[in-house]
Write a protein that binds this ligand. Structure first.
Ligand SMILES: [Zn+2]
Length: 213
């Protein structure tokens, strides 16, 4: 991997402790400079420090001498990415919720290498039919409510874990700032699309769809 220069393009080291399946979905397949289980990252010049991305915390953390997570007390197995920063540079922060993944999981997934998330399209169609049927007295209301709650629950969980997955996948190629910049653009596009989807579905169900269909 090519070394990146400048304070925000610092060299990056990833830990290959337990398979790191996310490395295989990296757009360039580049895992960065890997250190194996038990290995310590190279010594740093004066004034520099290592920080890590903890998968358990889903956020960046200062590191202990044994590369453990100082934020949540997790072992180094949870620390999936190691970044070099200046002594006084602030710790990057990963937002807990990815709004693009929350509003448009069926698009956020494929854009980030999770092609199976296109299954959300038939799921939405199925839910739409369930709701439509229930509103018009044909479905089983309890089942409709359960199906909607399950889908909502999974979507929220997906939105909460998306940044962890998305950043680890991009970590070899993007700084945290670059990753978040890209995600902000996806979020704007996906939220606009979600609103369009909702407007279209509402219009279709109210104005176009024949009663009892
Ligand atoms: Zn942690």
């Amino acid at each position: 991997m090519a070394m990146k220069n400048g304070s925000h393009k610092s060299p990056l080291v990833t830990v290959g402790a337990d398979g790191n399946e996310w490395q295989q979905t990296s757009p360039t397949g580049a895992p960065g400079d890997v250190i194996g289980p038990g290995e310590l990252p190279p010594d740093l010049p004066e004034g520099r420090r290592y920080v890590g991305f903890c998968r358990a915390c889903r956020d960046f953390t200062e590191l202990g001498d044994d590369v453990s997570c100082q934020r949540g007390g997790h072992t180094r197995d949870s620390v999936k990415v190691i970044l070099e920063l200046g002594r006084d540079e602030p710790l990057p922060h990963m937002p807990a919720l990815n709004l693009g993944a929350l509003f448009m999981p069926a698009l956020w997934g494929p854009v980030h290498g999770q092609w199976y998330m296109i299954l959300f399209y038939p799921l939405w169609l199925f839910l739409d039919n369930l709701i439509y049927g229930t509103v018009h007295g044909q479905g089983v209301p309890v089942l409709t409510v359960i199906a909607c709650l399950l889908t909502a629950g999974f979507t929220i969980y997906y939105g909460l874990t998306a940044n962890s997955y998305g950043y680890m996948r991009a970590a070899a190629d993007k700084t945290p700032e670059e990753y978040l910049h890209t995600e902000r653009r996806w979020t704007v596009a996906f939220v606009l699309l979600a609103v369009l989807f909702l407007v279209f579905a509402t219009w279709y169900n109210l104005a176009v769809r024949p009663q009892g269909a």
